[in-house]
Design a protein around this ligand. Structure first.
Ligand code: SF4
Ligand code: SF4
Length: 220
């Protein structure tokens, strides 16, 4: 999921200081799990804005904010509230914000959150980055642990000389990704595969902006 955190409120208020009325748009998926854009957060934002003398014309938690067509259909029921608002505040990730930009070309749209990374939720509202969306996955060669993401240097052949008792030289709070990979490969009886030198990564697979038509994929 996309991990978000709330923006500094003063920064947000500076962005919207010239507007008096707002429509709030959240998302029931990632930002709900992050505690940044679900029902409780929209309710709290409404109360906060009203305490600041602003008007909230309506609020809605979209099923999947980055799904443009689905969100467009859902928002039809809020046509009047959106029209009445001078500005839309999107309480999901940057993708959700840009759904609103696409749907409401003539209306200012502002994010209330910063989008941080693709994360795994390990416990309630605790998230770890495990994949960098690099475009060409190497987990098949690294025992399923990603050094592009888990090693601060993104080393494809490791460990580096700084590893110390299983910890990373960048921070003692980080397990060395390559020690983890070694231990995993050993457990799987695949240590001999670690003797192969990985070629430099082809970062062309990560050229932005990425786009994909999944319907054009071959069946097999
Ligand atoms: S190699 Fe790492 S960053 Fe790239 S797709 Fe696989 S898990 Fe994600
Ligand atoms: S100690 Fe391990 S995780 Fe840290 S930079 Fe070196 S190889 Fe990467």
């Amino acid at each position: 999921m996309i991990i978000t955190k709330k923006r500094d409120f003063k920064e947000l208020m500076e962005n919207i200081k010239n507007y008096r009325s707002f429509f709030l748009l959240g998302c029931s998926e990632c930002s709900t799990l992050c505690g940044t854009g679900g029902e409780p957060e929209l309710k709290a934002m409404k109360e906060t804005l009203e305490a600041e003398g602003k008007k909230v014309t309506g609020a809605f938690v979209a099923k999947t904010g980055c799904q443009v067509l689905g969100t467009k259909v859902e928002l039809k029921a809020f046509k009047d509230a959106v029209t009445e608002a001078e500005c839309i505040l999107v309480m999901s990730c940057g993708a959700g914000t840009q759904t609103a930009v696409e749907l409401y070309e003539d209306k200012p749209v502002y994010p209330t959150n910063d989008s941080l990374f693709l994360g795994n939720m390990t416990r309630l509202q605790m998230f770890d980055e495990r994949c960098s969306l690099c475009g060409k996955c190497i987990l098949d060669k690294t025992g399923g642990i990603c050094p592009v993401t888990a090693c601060p240097k993104g080393l494809l052949n490791g460990p580096c000389g700084g590893t110390n008792e299983g910890k990373c030289e960048v921070s003692p709070d980080i397990e060395c990704a390559w020690v983890r990979i070694y231990n995993r490969m050993k457990r799987l009886g695949k240590l001999e595969e670690m003797g192969k030198i990985a070629e430099p990564k082809d970062w062309a697979a990560h050229r932005k902006p990425m786009s994909l038509n999944a319907r054009s994929h071959p069946e097999k």
